[in-house]
Design a protein around this ligand. Structure first.
Ligand SMILES: [Zn+2]
Length: 222
């Protein structure tokens, strides 16, 4: 579970990453996200800035909480009100950051980006779902991750591009392709994996590699 002191630290980590993504001086005061103004217009994502400002200015509420138990997820109020509830699994996110290959920026699938992904499921973006195609076919992404890739492209080449919503599970690890070369390499070994042969060479660059015990959406290729 996540204690109060940890929550304060994690909240700061989240607002620090959002500040880097947006060039805004963001902090949480009395439980609410506050924009202290523009700190820079360089090396930031205009898309991420707009999304954070839209959230702050919205007449609805996005509540964010942290867990180590369930998967990161978003729930929306069932009464039609503009209230959405995001839960972020801090251990999963830490695993993503640790497993980000060294050619990529560690924040590409960090706390800030994961929260922005989850925001795609809130009322702010029409409660976007993941399509069947994304969830079943390796190498497919939907509107939410296209939006995330737009943010990545604004941040820089070393943020990569997430090219599959599902992971590929190999030898106890889940691999997410973060550029076209690693996607191609993974698609090349897919026939072997489908035959049950796990003795394949996986790419070491342009990937996020997590222990497969981590909660998440894993592609079954049986
Ligand atoms: Zn999602």
């Amino acid at each position: 579970m996540v204690g109060n002191q940890n929550k304060a630290d994690i909240t700061k980590q989240l607002t620090d990453e959002w500040s880097k993504l947006t060039g805004l001086d963001l902090s949480v005061v009395d439980g609410e996200l506050v924009n202290g103004g523009v700190t820079t217009n360089k090396g930031i994502s205009k898309t991420a800035r707009k999304e954070i400002l839209d959230m702050i200015e919205s007449d609805g509420n996005v509540y964010i909480d942290f867990t180590t138990v369930s998967a990161s997820e978003t729930k929306n109020a069932s009464d039609g009100s503009k209230n959405s509830f995001i839960t972020l699994n801090v251990e999963t996110i830490a695993g993503q950051v640790a497993g980000t290959s060294k050619d990529l920026n560690k924040m590409t699938s960090g706390m800030g980006m994961t929260a922005l992904h989850e925001m795609g499921h809130t009322f702010l973006h029409g409660k976007l779902p993941h399509s069947d195609a994304e969830m079943k076919k390796f190498g497919v992404i939907g509107d939410i991750d296209k939006r995330m890739n737009q943010i990545r492209s604004e941040m820089g080449v070393n943020w990569g591009q997430r090219l599959s919503y599902t992971y590929l599970g190999v030898q106890g690890y889940n691999y997410t392709p973060m550029n076209s070369a690693s996607l191609k390499a993974m698609q090349n070994v897919l026939p072997q994996l489908m035959k049950g042969n796990q003795n394949v060479k996986m790419p070491s660059m342009g990937v996020i590699k997590q222990k497969s015990s981590i909660i998440g959406k894993v592609l079954g290729y049986d």
